[in-house]
Design a protein around this ligand. Structure first.
Ligand code: HEM
Length: 488
């Protein structure tokens, strides 16, 4: 009898040991590692190859339990798609991954890469600038720019596929400039130069992330890549500096006298709110204002046109969904009038369409967090000083979404109470450090879509899209798969 009890205790102790070991063991490596260099060769190539790689990783990581390890030479990164583990990281690790530091020459100490302590303070100061009351005052801009877009598209109606993305980018840039800076781009060549410089700077950022020998600021300082990046940043900073100085002298004249801040809900571009904060309580200096403004322009510019194109491509490929959206728009807006803020909450099917499109094509398919201490997940404890990537694209394709998870089904959003989507959905990020422009983006995109869909029938084949990863997910070849026809 004594021997049996002893045996049971021994078995129990062994089971506990095995469990503990499994929990503290390292996550499995992603298949395909090479000796010494690890997975580095898999990430060579352009943005298209990179996207294919990320795409393949989704199933590979899911197959090994929702978390895997990749080695890029001496650098180790954990890739996570498991919903619980993603949420644990997003809610407990507040610092951004060190690669976000690479954006600092561009965006300085603005929200995207700042340390948590700085972020907390700035986020609190900036949140009122994105309040519903302020955003409602942007409706005039959303309406007038959408009307302009519809007019510009007229020449392509019934003429076959064309590069819709370029129109959407210019439209988004103008909306952002008007709402963030209070001025639009009147010169379309200047706007093209700006967009080109943004795109090229993103290219240099991705190249630096992938070429790990440029990670150190010392090696990077000597690189040709840095020289290139500096050249583009000069163009970008010069433009935002010029607008900032102009706005400043308009607001305060040439004296440094404190002005009384007018409250109320009249239209106030983002930069004015920052300038007021700097006068009121010395919250930001000129350089910090420029950094926050640069970030707003780029964060909005690199996301809303992409999301709009994905949504339009999906609508064009699903005529039944598009006609349901059209009927809803007719029902809510009736005749050809401006979209008002109250209309937006009534366009629920349109909202479901945008959400579903962001699920299938999240603009930021991966986000990074820094592990500062051991982090205990469901099956592993991650050690600090390694990179940690939350694969949002994998989260959105998780089996929890059901057997139809690869399909475009906006209807799934109409009864969200039935499914805990918020746990497995992160197009605007996860945890506290989410997108501050989320409501702005939804309002602006829904207005643009309402205008375009009530004027045109979109035709597309989204399976022909060529996608590339350049920090954000980019659709590239609209001129081959999307066209419009005027609605009668
Ligand atoms: C479809 C549209 C948009 C999507 C999908 C999107 C997505 C995101 C995501 C995923 C993040 C977190 C990035 C990370 O943690 O690495 C983020 C951050 C941010 N976004 Fe957006 N965004 C959109 C539109 C906008 C707009 C229109 C603005 C500004 C007007 C904006 C401003 C920002 C800013 C300032 C941050 C940094 C916030 C912080 O770290 O606290 N975004 N966005």
């Amino acid at each position: 009898m004594f021997a049996v009890v002893l045996l049971c205790i021994a078995c129990f102790a062994y089971w506990c040991w095995c469990r503990q070991r499994a929990k503290t063991a390292e996550p499995p490596p992603l298949p395909g590692a090479w000796p010494l260099v690890g997975h580095l060769p898999l990430f060579f190539g352009d943005g298209y190859k990179l996207w294919n790689r990320i795409n393949n990783m989704v199933d590979q990581v899911c197959d090994v339990g929702g978390i895997a390890k990749i080695n890029l030479g001496p650098v180790t990164a954990y890739i996570i798609t498991d919903p619980d583990d993603c949420n644990t990281i997003a809610t407990t690790c507040m610092e951004k991954d060190p690669v976000y530091e690479f954006t600092k020459p561009w965006f300085g100490e603005s929200l995207i890469a700042s340390r948590y302590e700085v972020w907390k303070n700035d986020y609190k100061l900036l949140t009122p600038a994105f309040s519903q009351i302020i955003l409602n005052t942007f409706m005039d801009v959303f309406n007038s720019e959408s009307r302009k877009l519809v007019k510009e598209l007229e020449k392509h109606a019934g003429k076959g596929p064309f590069d819709l993305f370029t129109y959407l980018r210019h439209n988004a840039l103008n909306i952002l400039c008007l709402t963030a800076l209070g001025v639009g781009f009147t010169d379309s060549n200047l706007a093209s130069d700006y967009l080109h410089a943004v795109k090229s700077t993103f290219d240099t950022l991705v190249e630096r992330v992938l070429k790990i020998w440029w990670h150190s600021p010392y090696t990077f300082a000597w690189s040709k890549l840095k020289k290139e990046q500096d050249g583009y940043l000069k163009i970008l900073h010069k433009m935002s500096d010029a607008v900032l100085q102009k706005r400043k002298s308009e607001m305060f004249g040439n004296t440094c006298v404190k002005k009384t801040i007018t409250t109320g809900t009249k239209f106030k571009p983002f930069v004015d709110i920052l300038l007021e904060l700097s006068v009121e309580n010395g919250a930001f200096n000129d350089e910090q204002i420029r950094a926050q403004v640069d970030l707003m322009l780029v964060a909005g510019q690199e996301s809303t046109p992409n999301a709009l194109l994905f949504t339009m491509a999906l609508l064009g490929s699903h005529p039944d969904v598009q006609e349901r959206v059209f009927s809803e728009i007719q029902e809510v807006l009736g005749e050809d009038r401006d979209v008002e803020k109250m209309d937006l909450s009534r366009l629920q099917y349109l909202e479901a369409v945008v959400k579903e499109s962001l699920r299938l094509f999240p603009i930021a398919p991966l986000i990074g967090r820094k592990l500062e201490r051991d982090v205990k997940l469901k099956n592993y404890t991650l050690s600090p000083s390694q990179h940690c990537i939350l694969l949002i694209y994998g989260l959105h394709k998780h089996p929890i979404w059901g057997p139809d998870r690869h399909e475009f089904k906006p209807e799934r959003w109409l009864e969200p109470s039935k499914v805990p989507f918020n746990l497995v959905y992160g197009p605007f990020g996860l945890g506290r450090r989410q997108c501050i422009g989320k409501t702005y983006a939804m309002m602006s995109m829904k207005t643009t879509l309402a205008y375009v869909i009530r004027s045109y029938r979109i035709k597309a084949d989204y399976t022909k899209m060529r996608l590339k990863y350049v920090v954000t997910l980019n659709p590239d070849n609209a001129e081959y798969y999307i066209s419009i026809e005027k609605r009668t």
